[in-house]
Structure formats: C-alpha cells, structure tokens
Design a protein around this ligand. Structure first.
Ligand code: WT7
Length: 646
C-alpha cells in the first residue's frame, strides 16, 4: 500500500483553534494520567444543581463490575440545554428547522421559544401521568416536536426511547414491550423526499402487539386523515392548549437514566443501550465543542436522524448544551435534486456539516455540478460518521464540497460510547484520508490480538478501550448480565468495541470494520442474526444465513442465503416476496440486496455455519475459500459458487 497523503493543519486553523497540536497532547496526557481532576474540571462546563466532587468510579472487572461518573452530582439535562442559556441568549436561535419540501417555509425557535415548547410538552406528558423514571417511546418524523418531546422527557426525568421512524410496526412493538413503555409519542405522518410515511397507522399496528402501551400522543404534522382511538389517543395540539407554559425541571442524579436507544448486536434481538444523565451530557457537549471547534453563533448541521445516536448527541444534546444553533432537516440528501444539501447550507449559512460517507458517495455519483452551483462559503468544518470513509469520498468531500478549505473530521464512535471516541481536532491534528486519527481526551484505545495480548506500535487487531469515559453506556436495559457478557467478557478488564483496527507508525487509528456478525449498511448497524430470524419466520424458509458484502454506495449490502422448505420452488416471485417480508418485519433499511436460494449451507460437522466462506462467495472471491475439507458436505460450496447472485 502506498503511503497515504497527509494534510497538515493550515496556518489559519493553528491560530484560531482552541486546541493546537501541543495543546492536544497535554490534554490527552492529563486526561489519562489524572482522570479524576481532569473530569471534575471539565464537569464545570455543565450547570449543576449540586456540583459533583466525585469523578469516575468504575471497574470493568467481573467481580467488581460497576461504572459511575459524578455520582454525587445533581443536574437536569434539559435545563442544561435550555434554561441556562436564557440569561445570555434567550433571543438566539436554538433550532432551525428545514422542511422536506423547499417550497415550504423553514421554522426557527429561539432558546426562549424552545423553553416554552418543551415546558408545554412536558406538562402534556405529566397530565398523562408520566413521572421520573417512566419510559416514553418516541416514533416521530424529523420535525421540531420530536426535539420538544425528547427534551420534555429529560425535563421530567422520564427515560426516552426514540425509535427510528423507518422501523416497522413489529420492530416498534418489540421496543415498546422491551422497556415496558406506557406512552408513545408519534405523528399522523412523516415526510421524506416527497413521500409520506404512515406513522400513526404503523403505531396502531404496533399497539396490537404491545400490551404495555396505554396512551398515544399524536402530533398533527401533515394533517392526514387518520384514525384516533377513544380513551387511548390524544391530539398533541389539543392537549397542549390546556397546559401551562412553565414546568419545573426535575433534579436528577448524574447517574439517573436519560435514555434508551435500541441497537443491533451480533446475537439476539436489539439491545436497549442505556445512557445516564451527567456523564453522557458532558461527553456530548465536550466532544461537540472540541471535534468541531464549535464557536458561539455558529450554525451546526448534523444531517442524521434523531432515531440514531448521532441525532441524539449532535442534533440535540451536544449543540444545545453548548448554546449553539442546531439545524434539523426533515428530508433526504437528494430530493428534489442532488443540490439540496448545499442549498440548505447556503440558505441557513451553515458553518459545520456532519454527515455519513454513504450520503457523500451517493451525491458524488451525481458529479460536481450540483455542488458547484452553490456557494458553501459559510462552511468551516466538515464531519463524517457512521462507517469508514473511503479516501475517494474523503477527497471529494474535502476538495469539491469544502473547496479545500475545511478540515474533514472523521469521527469514530458507537451508540454505546455516547459521543466521539477517535477523531481529529481541527486546529491540532494533521489529517489522513480514511483515518479517524487520534483518541479524544479521556479515551485510552488499545489494539489486541485474538488472545487479548496488547499489540504495540504499528499493528493491526481488535480495538478495545482500556478505561471508562464519562459518555460510556451503563447497561443494557433489563439485562445487566448481557451488558457485561457483550462488552467485557471477550477481553477481561477492557471494553470490546466489536471493531477491527490498524494503527500506523504515527499512532493514527484506521478502523477496518466490524469483526463480529454486525454489518454496516449506509451507516446503519444491522445484526445478521436479526435479518436471519426475520427470514426464517417466513413459512417457506427453512434456514437462512446473512452476510455483508461491499456495496458502492451503502458501504455494505445485505446478502442472504436462503434454504427453502423441501417442497417449495425457488421463484423470482418468492424472492420479491422475501425482500418485502424482511422490509415489513424490520424496516426498509434491512431489505436484502441479494437473495441466493441455496439447497444447503456450508456447515462444520458440529453444525456451525461457516460465514467466512459465505462472505467470500458473496464477494465473488472464490479463489481463496481456504480449507473446506472440514465441512460436513463440501459439495454444497460448488453449488453456492455456481448460483452466486452478482
Ligand atoms: C459502528 C457503530 C457513531 C454513530 C453512528 C453509528 C462504525 C462509526 C465510524 C467511523 C469507521 C465507523 C463502527 C462502529 N463506525 N463511525 N468514523 N469510521 N467506522 O453508530 O450504529 O452504534 O455503529 O459504526 O463499526 O462500531 P452505531
């Protein structure tokens, strides 16, 4: 491999940034050598009801497993994101909302208006009996009310569980039931790329399989004709007209839960990742400021959906805790045309844009014209998240979108980590396309081999984090043992990320992708086991094995091997039906890109499916299948190769 190109920190950035290269080394060094005093000092960035005197108190050891940060501190997360800004910037814009359809007007909320809206929403929830510690599920389109709902929960100390609006009724029902949520907040419909999403109808379908659900609060977003169920469903606009505009913020312990967010793992059903209040907010706020060098008055646009952790930390909590103006976009990158994102940048004078490589690759395929037709002069920083960014997309982002002016901040992190873990700082870190570069302060990454031996210097292996950090998840909802088993049992005493990673001679980290049975489709995480169990739930399917294979735009595509029941015929029609089936079981993001009918799957004599072989065949790399002689029936491989779906 040729040496990657290095992009040094430009002079102007060295002068203006809060943290330069030396500053970064000092910060990181102190954060690791003396985390206690480092984090107590950083904790001052939050507004505490009771300032903590304790920092991290944790052990990843099985016999003494616990994780606490700032345990004696008290605060309210919503008050940190809203109330404390009222003194100095009540009239500053907190949220800019850009609708799906560019012909419609944008909406803006000042911090004062945000305060009023969130208090109202909180009072509506209160009137429905929601109290501290209760779970509230939010299944909403990207409209301002989604932000109000999230912050209203935080204000009351209720635990929100946002479910991405692209998930199916079945997936929604499973998540409502898992966390025993009595209240669901939804909207009549969502809008994306000119199309309507029937959210209320989906919610109704989910409710049939979610006995815990008692109340549905429905926001009127499009005015679509929907059914309301007496005694269960409440129109938000009616309920909110009857409540006060003021609602006190609940005093919460730093370790009280803030939210649950379901994410896919390598086994079983999605896990409810639980984040708590003080450490999470500190992490979201600190990393937002540091990685994007956020300055007062800037307009920050994170183009994710609030249904993912990126939306939680960098549309809402991080920017709002920092008093920023955050842009919320309802639509998709390429509608009405592929200039849309850059038009939004110009329209709202966006200073920082944070998006996913998959969106960049899709737009890149449309050529440079749609970008060049816009100014983009307001941009200062460009962020990337969700999957490794390939150097071609990196360069296009840098040269075409940013006119070679804006650093590319490639941020590696996970739902579990709460915020950025490995990312460059604009004024401190020379960039290498494809590398997330260096750890954030407080992050102590290590690369280990399969046996857990620490590998030093330039090397490649599995990425673990050796020390706790404030933004770390605290448990899997309802299954603390699964939390320990999933993350701390593979390499005792360390947090295992599930990612492979290379470190170069400069100490730069290069994430190579998941090493478990999780695939990354368009920056979204999908458990192969989840897609498999959806497939085998179909009456004609006997067995299924799902692997990821490289996809030009999505990063990875979903390739499914399906064995039908003995008397079922493999037809094109059934193939279409199975794709549709998975869509409705999980959601459109889980739709298989390719389905191969396979009379048999390659298994060991003990019955274990050899996914390594299936991955290679899906990729078309059949020259190096390795040893297949241990298979129970080596002949199945020839059939699989012959019938591969291109
Ligand atoms: C997985 C986490 C981070 C929030 C959005 C996704 C992959 C994420 C990067 C990056 C290489 C990345 C990893 C990670 N990933 N960011 N910058 N470079 N890989 O959160 O759904 O929890 O997925 O996404 O494989 O483990 P998530």
């Amino acid at each position: 491999m040729s040496e990657p190109q290095v992009y040094p920190v430009p002079e102007a950035w060295k002068r203006r940034a809060r943290v330069d290269a030396k500053g970064y080394e000092t910060l990181h060094g102190r954060s690791i050598a003396d985390p206690g005093s480092f984090w107590l000092e950083q904790a001052r960035r939050l507004d505490w009801i009771k300032r903590p005197e304790l920092a991290g108190d944790w052990s990843f050891d099985e016999n003494d497993f616990h994780i606490n940060w700032f345990a004696d501190g008290k605060l309210n997360v919503a008050a940190n994101c809203i109330d404390r800004h009222l003194k100095d910037r009540a009239a500053a814009t907190a949220i800019i909302w850009e609708p799906d359809d560019p012909e419609e007007p944008a909406r803006r909320y000042t911090y004062l208006e945000l305060h009023r809206e969130v208090c109202r929403f909180a009072n509506v929830l209160k009137a429905q009996g929601v109290r501290k510690g209760d779970r509230v599920t939010i299944y909403m389109p990207m409209i301002p009310e989604a932000a109000f709902a999230v912050l209203a929960c935080a204000r009351l100390g209720a635990i929100h569980s946002v479910v991405f609006a692209g998930f199916s009724p079945e997936a929604l029902a499973g998540r409502i039931t898992d966390c025993d949520s009595a209240v669901l907040i939804t909207a009549d419909e969502g809008r994306r790329g000119g199309k309507r999403v029937p959210l209320k109808a989906n919610a109704d379908a989910a409710a049939k399989h979610a006995p815990a659900l008692e109340k549905m609060i429905v926001v009127k977003a499009t005015g679509a004709d929907i059914a309301m169920q007496d005694g269960r469903d409440i129109w938000y606009h009616e309920a909110s007209a009857e409540v006060s505009e003021d609602c006190p913020a609940e005093a919460m312990d730093a370790e009280d839960p803030l939210f649950i967010l379901y994410t896919s793992g390598s086994t079983g059903k999605p896990k409810g990742v639980l984040h708590t209040s003080g450490g999470y907010l500190l992490w979201a706020s600190y990393t937002h400021e540091l990685a994007f060098d956020y300055r007062e008055g800037e307009v920050f646009w994170c183009a994710a959906d609030i249904g993912w952790v990126t939306g939680h930390s960098y549309i809402l909590y991080g920017p709002l805790a920092n008093g920023a103006t955050t842009l919320m976009y309802e639509g998709v990158p390429n509608w009405p045309d592929s200039s849309r994102m850059w038009q939004v940048v110009d329209k709202h004078q966006v200073t920082s844009l944070y998006t996913a490589p998959t969106a960049l690759r899709a737009l890149m395929a449309e050529g440079d014209e749609p970008v060049k037709a816009t100014s983009r002069a307001s941009l200062r920083v460009l962020g990337s998240v969700g999957e490794p960014i390939n150097p071609e997309a990196w360069r296009w982002y840098y040269e075409v979108v940013g006119d070679s002016r804006c650093p590319i901040i490639d941020t590696w992190w996970q739902t579990e980590t709460g915020g950025h873990m490995i990312a460059p700082l604009p004024g401190a870190t020379a960039l290498k396309p494809g590398s997330a570069t260096l750890p954030m302060p407080g992050v102590d990454p290590q690369i280990v081999d399969a046996e857990g031996q620490i590998l030093h210097g330039a090397t490649e292996g599995n990425l673990v984090i050796a020390k706790s950090w404030p933004g770390q998840m605290r448990t899997v909802w309802g299954d603390h043992d699964r939390f320990f088993q999933t993350y701390f049992s593979t390499y005792p005493g360390k947090y295992f990320t599930g990612d492979g990673c290379r470190r170069d001679a400069d100490g730069y980290y290069w994430i190579t992708g998941r090493v478990d049975d999780v695939i990354n489709v368009s920056g979204h995480r999908m458990g192969t086991a989840e897609v498999e169990s959806a497939l085998v739930a179909h009456p004609h399917v006997a067995e299924a094995a799902v692997v990821g294979r490289p996809h030009d735009v999505k990063g990875q595509g979903i390739y499914a091997y399906v064995t039908l029941n003995a008397n079922d015929e493999p037809t094109e029609e059934l193939r279409r039906e199975l794709r549709q089936w998975v869509r409705s079981e999980i959601g459109p993001i889980a739709t298989p890109d390719a389905i191969q009918f396979a009379p048999g799957l390659p298994k060991t004599r003990s019955g274990k499916i050899m996914r390594r072989i299936l991955r290679k065949i899906a990729e078309g790399d059949t020259s190096s299948l390795g040893d297949t002689s241990t298979l129970a029936d080596p002949a199945v491989v020839d059939d699989l190769i012959a019938n591969r779906v291109a």
